[in-house]
Design a protein around this ligand. Sequence first.
Ligand code: HEM
Ligand SMILES: *[C@@H]1O[C@H](CO)[C@@H](O)[C@H](O)[C@H]1NC(C)=O
Ligand SMILES: *[C@@H]1O[C@H](CO)[C@@H](O)[C@H](O)[C@H]1NC(C)=O
Ligand SMILES: *[C@@H]1O[C@H](CO)[C@@H](O)[C@H](O)[C@H]1NC(C)=O
Ligand SMILES: *[C@@H]1O[C@H](CO)[C@@H](O)[C@H](O)[C@H]1NC(C)=O
Length: 325
Amino acid sequence: MELTRVAFSVLLCLIITIGRLEAQLQVGFYASTCPQVENIVREEVRKAVFSNVGLAAGLVRLHFHDCFVRGCDGSVLIDSTPGNTAEKDSPINNPSLRGFEVIDSAKSRLESTCPGVVSCADIVAFAARDSVALTGGMSYRVEAGRRDGTVSLASDTFSNLPGPTFDLDQLTQSFANKGLSQDEMVTLSGAHTIGRSHCTSFSSRLYSFNTTLDLDPTLDSAYATQLEQICPDNSNDTSLVVPMEPSTPNLLDARYYANILANRGLFTSDQTLMSNASTAQQVRQNAFNGLLWKLKFAAAMVKMGQNEVLTGSSGEIRLNCSVVN
Ligand code: HEM
Ligand SMILES: *[C@@H]1O[C@H](CO)[C@@H](O)[C@H](O)[C@H]1NC(C)=O
Ligand SMILES: *[C@@H]1O[C@H](CO)[C@@H](O)[C@H](O)[C@H]1NC(C)=O
Ligand SMILES: *[C@@H]1O[C@H](CO)[C@@H](O)[C@H](O)[C@H]1NC(C)=O
Ligand SMILES: *[C@@H]1O[C@H](CO)[C@@H](O)[C@H](O)[C@H]1NC(C)=O
């Protein structure tokens, strides 16, 4: 009786384990097929970030934009073709998304070290983690085993990526659509503590808030004046950029949240976190406990990296991240 119960439990565990091996991501996925993978990606990310620190921010955003559109399947890396405008050429991504060349250089080294083994989607996930670590965030173990998708449509970006003018309900819904909670949304928004934004992403807050007010009343007026100096009008000039977080623009710290408390969130989507009692409480907690935020951020990145992934024999291992096989 006891024995059959033990045997049954063992069998159950086996079934669960095998099921996981086939269908789930795992840490150390390439341990036997390409043990050098994480070192190679880290080296390429280091090289790139030492020459241009902004690429760390670019690579974190690249993973987010990959995962929110058709899951983390490397679809954001695919080039447009004469018959198709790909995700990377959506105005949401072009010209602002950056770091593609870092993924390409890691991929070409990996193709000579372990040909046909490592997916582009996993390289993006590793590179985002390395970028988090290099900018002072908490490192974390990246689950791998994602496979690459074969479809990339610019039109998918509009319906799946949140916009900088989103209000709290829209943000919450957008993240819920990807299996992420409101708390995780607040946590992940803290990525806006590094990198840059083009003026075009927020200039309506300075010049055309609504029909009666030019300036968004939830934006600190001294900060607005500084922003107006860099972004002189509401034009479409895509050459003008500002740091997302001016005091420590290259550090993944909790200043983003302190700024929001001071009405210095750059986007409507940042400042709107104060519009709801529960998200405002998260903002305060993160502002005052940066270590806790870093831990939550690392965990939320892992969760984001699980979204709608292709595993097992779905998809493919792209040989060139810019083109489907
Ligand atoms: C909450 C909803 C979000 C919205 C509406 C949003 C929107 C934006 C926009 C408009 C920009 C500026 C692009 C430009 O004009 O150059 C930006 C930059 C950035 N975003 Fe987000 N984002 C969101 C969430 C996230 C998440 C979840 C992450 C990553 C975990 C992230 C990481 C970044 C980074 C690192 C940058 C700077 C990129 C660079 O310097 O190249 N964002 N975001
Ligand atoms: C413009 O925004 C302000 C502040 O949020 C608000 O009080 C006002 O009613 C808005 N005006 C219009 C026309 O929407
Ligand atoms: C900016 O671009 C939008 C959409 O492409 C267009 O409607 C608008 O007129 C442009 N504004 C300026 C100042 O060029
Ligand atoms: C804040 O957000 C939570 C979760 O979405 C929701 O239950 C609550 O009603 C919101 N509170 C306000 C005041 O909007
Ligand atoms: C990958 O494909 C792109 C687009 O066809 C091409 O420009 C690039 O040179 C290719 N990269 C490699 C390493 O072959």
